[in-house]
Write a protein that binds this ligand. Structure first.
Ligand code: FES
Ligand code: FES
Length: 167
């Protein structure tokens, strides 16, 4: 069995928002730290660092995951989406981002990146959510500022806008 020296790093290759990334990380390095400190992808926020607040949520192969509960080496060969990947060409806001802006669903913004990544995946699976379903989803995210009402309105507005775009 090979002996791993303390501090030795593993090479990691994955896709970040559609672009190939190669880096290296110690086996214990968290994905949230790798994204922020090795790649400079500061859009992924870190709050509690133990899976409670949802601030660090990213998508891995299309599924929302806590980046603070994922090791960087676990995304080898996979696709990671972060909030930086939501906007369109030239920074045009996505339908979801625009709904958050228009409904004043952002105050300090600390929770917002994680919420957007959860909601984006949620609306793919549940394009016409009830308020109860939206609030259930948001129960996995802590926001200290908004009281959630405007976030719920924004998710409803995004769902309506996406439906209107399809007709
Ligand atoms: Fe990951 Fe709070 S920082 S859930
Ligand atoms: Fe400040 Fe949610 S907008 S924590």
């Amino acid at each position: 069995m090979p002996i791993l020296k303390a501090g030795s790093k593993s090479e990691i290759g994955f896709h970040l928002n559609g672009r190939a990334v190669i880096g290296s990380a110690e086996p214990r390095m968290l994905l949230s730290d790798f994204l922020r400190h090795e790649i400079g992808a500061y859009g992924t926020h870190v709050g509690c660092e133990h899976g409670v607040c949802g601030a660090c949520t990213v998508q891995i192969d299309g599924q929302p995951q806590r980046a603070c509960l994922t090791l960087a080496v676990q995304v080898e060969g996979r696709s990671v989406e972060t909030v930086e990947g939501l906007a369109g060409p030239e920074g045009r806001l996505s339908v979801l981002q625009e709904a958050f802006r228009a409904n004043f669903a952002v105050q300090c913004g600390y929770c917002t990146a994680g919420i957007l990544m959860s909601v984006e995946a949620f609306l793919r699976d549940c394009p016409e959510p009830t308020e109860e379903q939206i609030r259930d989803l948001l129960s996995g995210h802590l926001c200290r500022c908004t009281g959630y009402t405007n976030i719920v309105c924004a998710v409803k507005a995004a769902a309506a806008a996406a439906a209107a775009e399809k007709t």
